[in-house]
Ligand binder design. Structure first.
Ligand SMILES: [Zn+2]
Length: 271
């Protein structure tokens, strides 16, 4: 990934998604915001115990740095499920980044409307970003444990092909910073569940001495996307563990649940 400094903020971008005319994409980090303590400082989560006005101000700071219209930023109330919403032009200028307006019970967003920016929020779960250059369609999905086992990645690809006429071989996909195979400990019960729900699902769990089980969410999501028809050359993975890098990212596990959220952003600029 590439680090980009804009004023006090640092964003991460994927080389594979750069240089597409009109495409905006970024992963935010912790620095440059106005929140304090465990939310320090660029917390974008409204529901985590931080002050509403500070979180709102952090969204303003991000929108100014990335140069998108904040009122046309669309987010969803992520519930670790696998519902994906199609965002049309009615969502323009509706302040859907605010908790009352965010799409309820939704973990994925898709749009082809220029001027709308999609956003999902993270602290360990895997951000999935999608872009189809031929149809100018973008998508985001929130793939934590439940989302991954619920096949949210392949479901997003399915929706892109069905509703937006994208071709699987043209879709670019990227996995953002999230808890890595170095740190993501799971229970025996979860390993059994993964083996049942995912093709070759037993391959993603690794037992360490002391019977500690670690799970590879990155590999699981990558294999799921390959099976959904994404080409290997079109799939990027940040390979950045949030739990190992709490100076840069919020980590729900490492910070014992009291932490903020960083954001994944993707959208089409109005030409
Ligand atoms: Zn780690």
């Amino acid at each position: 990934m590439q680090h980009k400094k804009v004023g006090n903020l640092t964003f991460l971008t994927f080389p594979d998604l750069e240089h597409h005319q009109g495409l905006l994409h970024a992963i935010s980090t912790r620095q440059g915001g106005v929140s304090s303590d465990n939310y320090s400082s660029l917390n974008l989560g409204f529901h985590v115990g931080d002050k509403h006005d500070r979180v709102k101000r952090n969204h303003q700071i991000v929108s100014q740095s990335l140069r998108f219209d904040l009122s046309s930023l669309v987010s969803c109330q992520q519930v670790h499920h696998h519902s994906i919403a199609c965002i049309d032009k009615r969502y323009h200028k509706k302040d859907c980044f605010l908790p009352d307006n965010a799409l309820p019970e939704t973990d994925g967003l898709v749009t082809d409307v220029p001027g709308i920016t999609l956003m999902t929020r993270y602290a360990d779960c895997v951000p999935l970003l999608f872009y189809s250059p031929k149809t100018h369609t973008v998508a985001l999905a929130h793939a934590g444990w439940k989302g991954t086992l619920g096949h949210i990645g392949p479901k997003t690809v399915e929706l892109l092909t069905r509703e937006f006429k994208c071709q699987r071989q043209d879709i670019h996909a990227a996995l953002g910073p999230s808890i890595g195979p170095c740190c993501y400990e799971i229970s025996n019960k979860m390993a059994v569940q993964a083996a049942k729900e995912l093709v070759k699902g037993e391959a993603y769990s690794k037992e360490l001495p002391g019977r500690k089980l670690l799970f590879n969410l990155w590999q699981a999501n990558k294999e799921e996307l390959y099976r959904a028809g994404i080409r290997e050359e079109n799939l990027s993975c940040a390979k950045i563990c949030t739990s190992c890098n709490v100076d840069q990212f919020f980590s729900y596990r490492k910070e014992k649940q009291l932490t903020g959220r960083f954001g994944a952003f993707i959208g089409l600029r109005e030409q």
